[in-house]
Design a protein around this ligand. Structure first.
Ligand SMILES: C[S@@+](CC[C@H](N)C(=O)[O-])C[C@H]1O[C@@H](n2cnc3c(N)ncnc32)[C@H](O)[C@@H]1O
Length: 261
C-alpha cells in the first residue's frame, strides 16, 4: 500500500508529453534479481522529440496519463537495459526524490555511478524530466512508483548508497505505520546494501528522527557514524539541500549517516 499523493496540479500538455516521450528513455525497466548496473547499459539517447503543440500548435488534447504503460512493469531480461557491458561502477538509490534536485546534483558529480530515483508523485517526476530535457544526464534512471518495488527486485549486496531525504513524517501516532522507516524495511535495505555502503537519512521532524534512530540503532546491520552532535546537525559538503528542506516547515534538520556493517 502506497501512502501519499500520486498526482498534484493538472499537468500541462508539455509535461504530459515529457511523461509520454521522455520518461520511457529514463524509466527503470525492473528486472527481478538483475545486477542493477545492467539498468545503465546502454545509456538513454537523450534525444527528445518536440511536443506536437510546439511543432504545429496542437493543443495536446487526447494525451492522458492513462495512456502510459504501467510504471514499474516487469520486462523481459532481453530488454536493452538488461544486456551489454556495465557502464557504471556502482548503483545508488534515492527514495522519494521530490523534484529531483538532490538526485541531479549527485548524478552530475559522479558519472561512474548510476543513480536510481524512485518517486510516485507525478508532478515531481515531471520536474526531473524537465531538467533532463534541457540537460540529459545518462547515469539517472527513474522509477515513477513505489521504491519498495525496486528494493524487492534487487539482488543481495547490490547497492552502494541509499538516500532517504525528508520522507513524509506522518506525525500522528495512528499514521506511524505509514512511515517508510520500519524494522522490516531496514531488514530489506540491509539485504540489498553492500557491506560498508552508506545510508543517508534526513528529517526536520524531531519525532521521526527519534523513531528512525531507535530502529537503526536496534538493527544489527546498521551503524550510526556520528561521534558528536555536530556530525548530525551540520550538512556534509556533498549533501545539497532538497526542495522540501528549503521550505523550512518544521525544526532544524538532522543529517544521519549509517553504514551497512
Ligand atoms: C516530504 S517529500 C520529500 C521529497 C524530497 N526528498 C525532498 O526532500 O524535497 C517525501 C517524498 O517521498 C515520496 N514517497 C512517499 N512514499 C514513497 C515510496 N514508498 N517510494 C518512493 N517515494 C515515496 C513522496 O511522493 C514525496 O515526494
Amino acid at each position: 500500500m502506497l501512502y501519499g499523493r500520486r498526482k498534484g496540479p493538472k499537468l500541462s500538455a508539455h509535461q504530459r508529453h515529457l511523461l509520454d516521450h521522455l520518461l520511457p528513455q529514463f524509466e527503470l525497466q525492473l528486472n527481478s534479481g538483475a545486477d542493477p548496473r545492467a539498468y545503465f547499459s546502454p545509456p538513454p539517447c537523450g534525444e527528445v522529440e518536440k511536443p506536437q503543440a510546439q511543432r504545429s500548435g496542437f493543443s495536446g488534447g487526447g494525451i492522458t496519463l492513462d495512456d502510459r504503460p504501467p510504471p514499474g512493469s516487469l520486462r523481459s531480461p532481453t530488454s536493452p537495459q538488461g544486456g551489454g557491458k556495465f557502464q557504471v561502477d556502482d548503483v545508488w538509490l534515492e527514495i522519494g526524490f521530490g523534484g529531483g534536485e538532490h538526485l541531479i546534483w549527485q548524478a552530475q558529480q559522479r558519472a561512474n555511478i548510476g543513480i536510481i530515483g524512485a518517486e510516485p508523485y507525478v508532478n515531481g517526476v515531471v520536474k526531473l524530466l524537465a531538467h533532463l530535457e534541457s540537460a540529459p544526464i545518462p547515469n539517472i534512471r527513474i522509477h515513477s512508483c513505489d521504491a519498495r518495488e525496486i528494493i524487492e527486485a534487487l539482488p543481495d549486496a547490490s547497492l552502494g548508497r541509499t538516500f532517504i531525504l525528508f520522507p513524509d513524517p506522518w506525525p500522528k501516532a495512528r499514521h506511524h505505520k505509514r512511515r517508510f522507516i520500519q524494522m522490516e524495511m531496514l531488514n530489506e535495505l540491509a539485504r540489498v546494501m553492500k557491506p560498508g555502503a552508506e545510508l543517508r537519512f534526513a528529517s526536520d521532524d524531531a519525532g521521526y528522527v527519534e523513531w528512525s534512530l531507535e530502529r537503526f540503532m536496534a538493527h544489527p546491520s546498521f551503524e550510526w557514524t556520528a561521534t558528536n552532535v555536530a556530525d548530525w546537525l551540520s550538512r556534509p559538503a556533498d549533501w545539497p539541500p532538497t526542495r522540501y528542506e528549503a521550505k523550512k516547515l518544521h525544526g532544524k534538520p538532522a543529517f544521519l549517516r549509517f553504514l551497512r556493517r
